[in-house]
Design a protein around this ligand. Structure first.
Ligand SMILES: C[S@@+](CC[C@H](N)C(=O)[O-])C[C@H]1O[C@@H](n2cnc3c(N)ncnc32)[C@H](O)[C@@H]1O
Length: 275
C-alpha cells in the first residue's frame, strides 16, 4: 500500500521524536516497505491505524518491532583498522599513563549503537592482548548499547557468521574464535569484559547516567540522524567522556556543524575527538 505524504510525515516525525533517526523524503519507499511489514504483522489496515497503534497503550511493545525493522545493523569485527591501530599504539598507552598518575586502574569503554557486538568485542580482544603488560591488574569495562533488542540478544550470544569475522587478524582468530559448523563462536575470555544493554541514545533520561568513559565509540550510527538530533546526542557523549578521553565516529563521519566543543586529534589514516 503506498503511503501518502501526510502519513509519511506523521510517522517519520513520530520515529524522529522517539529515536532521532530522520527519514528524508528520498527514504519514503524504504520506510513505506518497513511499515507495511509491521502493518501485516499487526493486522492494521492503514498507516493511520498503525500510527494510532504506536500511540496507544500497546505502542511500547510495537515500537520494539518497528525499531528492529527500521534500524540498519551492518557491522563486522575490525571495521576501522586505522582507528584501532591509533587506540592500541598511542591513545590507550596515553590514557593508561594519565590514569596511573591519578591512581586509577580501571578502563571504561562504550560502544554506542553496538549492533550485534562486533565493535565491542574487537576492543575486548585488543585489550586482552594487553593483559600481561600495559593493562596488568586493570579492571576493564566495555559496554555495548543499542536501541534494537534483537541485535542486543545476538551480541550477548557472541556467535557470528563468516562475513562478520572475515577481517579478524589470524592471531586473534586463532586465540579467540572457535568455528563450529560454519558458525564462529567467541571465547568466554573475550565476552567477560563486555556487557550489553538496550539504550536509546535519544533518551535524555537514560543518557545522563552513562558516566565517566575513557573511550566512546559511536560509529555509523549518527548518519541516520539529522543535525539537531546528532547535536543533542553528541552533547551527551561530550558530558559522559572523561577529560582525557577520546570520542570516535565512523570512517566517513565528522562532527562538522554538529558540535564545536570537541577538538580534532589526527592520527595516520583518520582522526578522533577530545575535549
Ligand atoms: C550500522 S550499525 C553500527 C554498528 C557499529 N557501531 C559499527 O560501526 O560497526 C548502527 C546501529 O545503531 C543503532 N541505532 C540507531 N539509532 C539508535 C538510537 N537512537 N539509539 C541507540 N542505537 C541506535 C542501530 O540499531 C544499529 O544497530
Amino acid at each position: 500500500m503506498s503511503i501518502s505524504d501526510k502519513d509519511f510525515e506523521q510517522l517519520r516525525d513520530f520515529i524522529y521524536n522517539i529515536c532521532g533517526m530522520y527519514f528524508h523524503s528520498t527514504k519514503k519507499y524504504f520506510l513505506e516497505s518497513r511499515l507495511t511489514r509491521r502493518m501485516d504483522a499487526t493486522g492494521t489496515n492503514s498507516y493511520q491505524d498503525y500510527y494510532q497503534l504506536l500511540k496507544s497503550l500497546r505502542g511500547g511493545e510495537e515500537l520494539k518491532f518497528l525499531m528492529d525493522e527500521i534500524t540498519t545493523n551492518e557491522t563486522y569485527f575490525f571495521r576501522n583498522v586505522p582507528q584501532l591501530n591509533a587506540l592500541e599504539t598511542k591513545l590507550l598507552p596515553e590514557i593508561v599513563e594519565s590514569k596511573t598518575k591519578m591512581g586509577f586502574r580501571k578502563l571504561r569503554i562504550w560502544s554506542a549503537g553496538s549492533s550485534s557486538g562486533e565493535e565491542a568485542y574487537t576492543l575486548s580482544m585488543i585489550l586482552l592482548e594487553k593483559r600481561a603488560g600495559l593493562l596488568k591488574d586493570w579492571i576493564i569495562e566495555i559496554i555495548g548499547t543499542d536501541i534494537n533488542e534483537t541485535v542486543i540478544s545476538q551480541a550477548k550470544e557472541g556467535i557470528y557468521n563468516a562475513y562478520s569475522v572475515r577481517n579478524i587478524p589470524d592471531l586473534y582468530k586463532r586465540k579467540y574464535i572457535r568455528e563450529d559448523g560454519g558458525k564462529f563462536i567467541l571465547s568466554p575470555d573475550v565476552k567477560k569484559f563486555v556487557t550489553f544493554n538496550k539504550l536509546n541514545l535519544y533518551d535524555d533520561s537514560k543518557m545522563i547516567f552513562m558516566k565517566s568513559f575513557d573511550f566512546i565509540f559511536c560509529a555509523n550510527v549518527l548518519i541516520y540522524f539529522d543535525t539537531a538530533s546528532k547535536s543533542k546526542v553528541v552533547q551527551h557523549f561530550y558530558n559522559n567522556l572523561q577529560p582525557y578521553g577520546y570520542f570516535f565516529v565512523g570512517q566517513s563521519e565528522s562532527l562538522h556543524g554538529v558540535n564545536d566543543k570537541f577538538k580534532t586529534v589526527h592520527f595516520p589514516g583518520g582522526f578522533t575527538y577530545k575535549k
